[in-house]
Design a protein around this ligand. Structure first.
Ligand SMILES: CC(C)(COP(=O)(O)OP(=O)(O)OC[C@H]1O[C@@H](n2cnc3c(N)ncnc32)[C@H](O)[C@@H]1OP(=O)(O)O)[C@@H](O)C(=O)NCCC(=O)NCCS
Length: 365
């Protein structure tokens, strides 16, 4: 329908968008408040199809994931009276163009398994099935996950088969990443009890706020004791993470554990390399099928400066891909799996704290 044009949403569209949402979805509807938020926050990503009289006939909402090369099609809908007129395709095209302009490499989306019309639309536009999210919608229906690469696929593309595990507490990112490695390398089924036991073995007890996270050597020891080949790379000798707390008693606990981890690595024959694990090393490890756990600062992902473990799930000329065990607000698990991060951004993310700690745990069989 050529008389319909596309443009970014305006506050004046709010009522029409809410009404359209009611007509198009039976559940999991976006609220008026959400539309308002997106118009304010990321107005260009909420694309509306309007008639010459400015009546809203459809919309597509694209969210950009900070710090990454990912975009997500959060929702798309066309007024029932206007379906079959290629408006869905035009909205998809505009959504992809927007994500591409914003330098995103992939557009990802979820769709109900029982929505053949939308699935046909995505497949027609070249989206590839990428995963399944059981029990995803309010009525417990499963979601299919699709993605499309928005520009050419670079050479040297290496993708690991790495199951993704969501951390079940705010402090178990390291154990969740180790569970991913144990699932990939040993076929071990991820389990919350094991996640907590791994944390007990590897934690520094204190670190920034709340419970402490995990020490790279602690993770390597826990991995080694479960039959994995583990080595640690660290650009400083430590003790690590003492600067993240002020209290002298906490510093002392962290230091004691650091010394214990150093000693235990020596006893268990775990190699600790006091040098940086570079991008070249990372590429090599990925192509050798090793699972690398890397400590990052979450600054570029969510604006907090928290230390956070992620697992590398692949690499290509442009990006490293990570499995992040911690979905943030407004994020689906899909946003945390094989997340493309430009090599340049990843280099910056890999420095934690004032001391610019760079550390990684390399796991194999
Ligand atoms: C999905 C939706 C956006 C499609 O919008 P639309 O404007 O009718 O789609 P288009 O006219 O652009 O269709 C483009 C292609 O999509 C596919 N398609 C769209 N609707 C379809 C249907 N009901 N059955 C089968 N294929 C369909 C076809 O391949 C079609 O190409 P063709 O006409 O050459 O066969 C619309 O049906 C809708 O709003 N549905 C309710 C909300 C929804 O389910 N959103 C998706 C949430 S994940």
């Amino acid at each position: 329908m050529c008389s319909v044009s596309l443009r970014p949403a305006l506050p004046a569209d709010l009522d029409a968008l809410s009404a359209l949402e009611q007509r198009c979805f039976d559940s999991d509807r976006l609220s008026r408040r959400s539309f308002k938020k997106w118009i304010k926050r990321q107005h260009e990503g909420l694309i509306v199809a309007v008639s010459p009289k400015q009546e809203v006939a459809g919309y597509a909402l694209v969210l950009l994931q900070p710090g990454t090369r990912l975009a997500r099609l959060y929702s798309i809908a066309v007024d029932p009276a206007q379906r079959g007129l290629k408006l869905g395709e035009r909205l998809m095209e505009a959504a992809e163009a927007y994500a591409h302009e914003e330098r995103r490499l992939y557009l990802r989306l979820e769709v109900r398994k029982d929505n053949p019309g939308a699935i046909a639309l995505y497949e027609k536009r070249g989206y590839k099935l990428f995963g399944l999210a059981p029990d995803y919608y309010e009525d417990h229906q499963d979601a299919l996950r699709y993605q499309k690469r928005l520009h050419y696929r670079p050479a040297n593309d290496a993708r690991l088969h790495l199951p993704w595990v969501q951390q079940s507490t705010p402090f178990t990112c390291g154990p969740a990443c180790l569970l991913m490695a144990l699932a990939a390398l040993k076929g071990q089924t991820p389990d919350t009890t094991e996640e907590l036991l791994l944390w007990r073995e590897a934690t520094t007890i204190f670190m920034t706020a709340g419970h402490g996270g995990c020490h790279p050597m602690g993770l390597a020891i826990a991995a080694h004791r479960r039959g994995l080949d583990a080595s640690v790379w660290c650009n400083q000798t430590g003790p690590l993470f003492v600067d993240s707390v002020r209290d002298p008693d906490k510093k002392s606990v962290i230091t004691t554990l650091h010394q214990y981890f150093v000693e235990t690595c020596r006893e268990d024959g775990i190699a600790v390399n006091y040098e940086d694990f570079t991008a070249v090393d990372l590429d090599q490890a990925v192509s050798d099928g090793k699972i690398v756990l890397v400590l990052i600062s979450t600054w570029r992902l969510d604006g907090r400066k928290a230390p956070h473990w992620v697992a590398i799930s692949g690499s290509d000329e442009e990006c490293f891909y990570i499995h992040d065990p911690d979905p943030g607000e407004d994020q689906a698990p899909l946003d945390c799996q094989h997340v493309p991060i430009s090599r340049e951004k990843f280099e910056q993310m890999r420095k934690y704290g004032q001391a610019k700690l760079r550390t990684a745990v390399v796991l194999g069989t």
